[in-house]
Design a protein around this ligand. Sequence first.
Ligand code: ATP
Length: 882
Amino acid sequence: MAHAKPPAPQATAWYTLPPEEALTALQSDPAEGLSPETAAARARQYGLNEILEGKSRSRLSILVAQFGDFMIMLLIGAAILSGIIGNIEDTAVILAIVILNAVVGFLQEVRAANAVAALRRMTAPTATVLRGGHPQTLPATALVPGDLVLLEAGNAVPADLRLLEIAGLQMGEAALTGESTPVLKQIPASPPGTLLPERLCMAYKGTLVLSGRGRGVVTATGMETELGKIAAMLEGAPPGRTPLQLRLAQFGRQIATAALVICALIFITGLLRGEAPLLMLLTALSLAVAAIPEALPGVVTVLLALGASQMAQAKALVRRLPAVETLGSVTTICSDKTGTLTLNDMQLIEVWTPSGPLTATALHQDTHATSELLRAILLCNDSTLDETGTLLGDPTETALWHAATAAGFDVPAERAHWPRVSERQFDSERRRMTTLHQKDGRLVSYTKGAPEAVVPLCTTIPGAQPADANVIMQQAAAMAANGLRVLAIARKPHATPSPSPAALETELEFLGLAGLLDPPRPEAAIAVATCRQAGIRPVMITGDHPATARAIARALGIPDDGINGAAVLTGHDLQTMDDNALRRHVARTNIYARVDPAQKIRIVTALQSNGEIVAMTGDGVNDAPALARADIGVAMGKGGTDVAREAASLVLLDDNFATIVAAVREGRRIYDNIRKFVRFVVACNSAEIWAIFLAPFFSLPMPLLPIQILWINLVTDGLPGLALAAEPAEADIMSRPPRPPREGLFAGGMGFEVIWTGLIMAAITLLTQAAAIRAQDTHWQTMVFTVLTLVQMWQVMAIRSSHISLFQQGLLSNKKLLGAVLLTFFLQLAVIYTPGLNQVFNAQPLTLAELALAIGASSLIFILLETVKWVRRRQAGHPPLG
Ligand code: ATP
């Protein structure tokens, strides 16, 4: 393969070129693709195949933005003014604190951005590429112009492609063109000037393969793709915010207005009292900077993003950040059965023919009576061996391969004797598949599928005992009631040389029933129990037989009594029900069987109109609309398609139901911690405001200097607040009901609690001030400074739980928080006791007695909050612990 530079892809109208010309222009080989060396050279030339979203902000711009806040600029201005007048020291300290504040904000933002970027990398799609003649799965970012990409149903197109070969390739291009009807692709080139939606020989990055297969050569990657060009145009659009962030931003604005009014009052009353105007200006501004929780939405991003990276470690990948929030409110989890609730580890354990039943062991011994049935299950079967000898394919089919091998068949040899000449593929709506085979001029088709989908097509039922369709269906139901997936197997010899597709599936000869066991996942049963305890309803939706579904549901502990309703609803029942009837039924039914993926969307919608918050799993292309519709769409990482993943907000790396429940638990924990953080910050800020605002009303002098206010704000909000993100889940987190999604952040009495906690902390501060002044203690201001810092540390320790005592939780159960609190305490001591530094902060070294008094006074808030929790526990009937 030549290393010469291929033409700049963007300069060519690829849709006007026939396939061969496109390949020549891109110097790619139609059979081999690019050689690894050429691909490596082009990767260096073209870079990664990725869309740079909103041009990720540079570190510098994030840092600069920290100073962009209006209040901060005012504060800097006032500080400089105070320097000009002569108080250089104050100016320097204020500027230093402002810088430190900015650094803390910067680090938080960078951390959140890193966590989000890491998540994006983890959810990055892969592509199947032919390089050096070998198909391989690569991260889509590694594609270069000239690469040959193989497409199949369920794939997201990884780059812009000129199609070379197609078989019924239908694309969903809504993401690019807005057109929702599927587009059937073709190979001939289009004339110059054809608009993008009509360029039928191209497949564009970001569009989806709905059905069929194809092969194409990469014409453009990354920002050169059509999607990239659109992304470049949209650049600078603000990133979406989560509902919680929007609510917080709104709340922040209200607080800001209130804080500004109070700060203005403080400024004016200060002037009226005759305080120095510049001092009052600095005080009011410092207070405003400290009190306005403008960082709240940002910190929430950090908490959500950190939570999402923890979930990723637990095998739940969050694709959209708001999902972390919504997870905590989920009331119903609708899950597929196969692979999510079961192990997807199928085994053929029972075979029934009209001549009698056969166990798997008997099957091994008897190759004669059942040889045609075994030939059927190995020929009408899409599983294949790869070069390493590993069996690839759907577990239902690999189980059949194994059974045929165990019964003595050489499957590859048998397939070579009976080559497949045509087929009707399996899909979840038809629930059957048929393949046509030829040997020595004889043509035979084999059909396998759900008994309801196959038995009615059978007109011949050979066997020792008289059997009709009813007997067969009863037998199938009996096998299903034992939890088996049952397949009916049939065949048809053909006299005509090329039978029509319709002729393949009529007048079949029945061969037998195959019963496959797919054991429930042991951890799923535990997760189902956890769900029910947490007020979440687990619902099974499956394409399988109602009896199989019910047996598995029972084994897992999913209630199958349907209290006053149907225990199991089938796809057929759904068809006969209007939306109102369905709404009534979904309130009670936990098991859905023989449901088409297309019907899932009706189930989600009905549940949602009953007020449920629904998580729904899915893996196929047809599941995508239901996943997009659900409050939390959950796609499978191992077994699922790209299309399902694109539509989902959560991807399970292990396809396991228990992982969804673990993610819900994590979602609840994160939301709890966000609430704790908001509670802490708002109470602290209001304490600072109240203390300074109320002091004059008690004839007390200004309790704090501007730099002291800024210092308190810096050390209290930053570290301990963030350490709350590491707070472990409370013990009862999965035994309380889901949080109503529209419930405000301050629900459950938290608003009132924030107000009184703030007032009490201010009262403790002012009482200390009054007592110290009365005792003519010259260190009174340092006392106030220390008490106001420490009271917040005591508060944060007490609010780790809203009802369990700190001692019951264990001091060490959040080491980060304990560390942050101790660090803040020692920093405060450093500010008071370090000569020079204390001058800067206008603080004096406290005597031991004064320090003890400050610690003791500030601990009052802890005692009070713990007492309130104790009373609450008693009222709730819990044993008064701790
Ligand atoms: P779930 O919805 O619980 O994940 P599923 O997706 O595995 O179940 P489908 O794959 O839609 O369900 O299968 C529906 C029915 O189609 C099965 O009960 C079975 O009878 C039949 N079936 C499944 N796989 C095959 C196959 N490979 N060949 C023929 N029939 C099949």
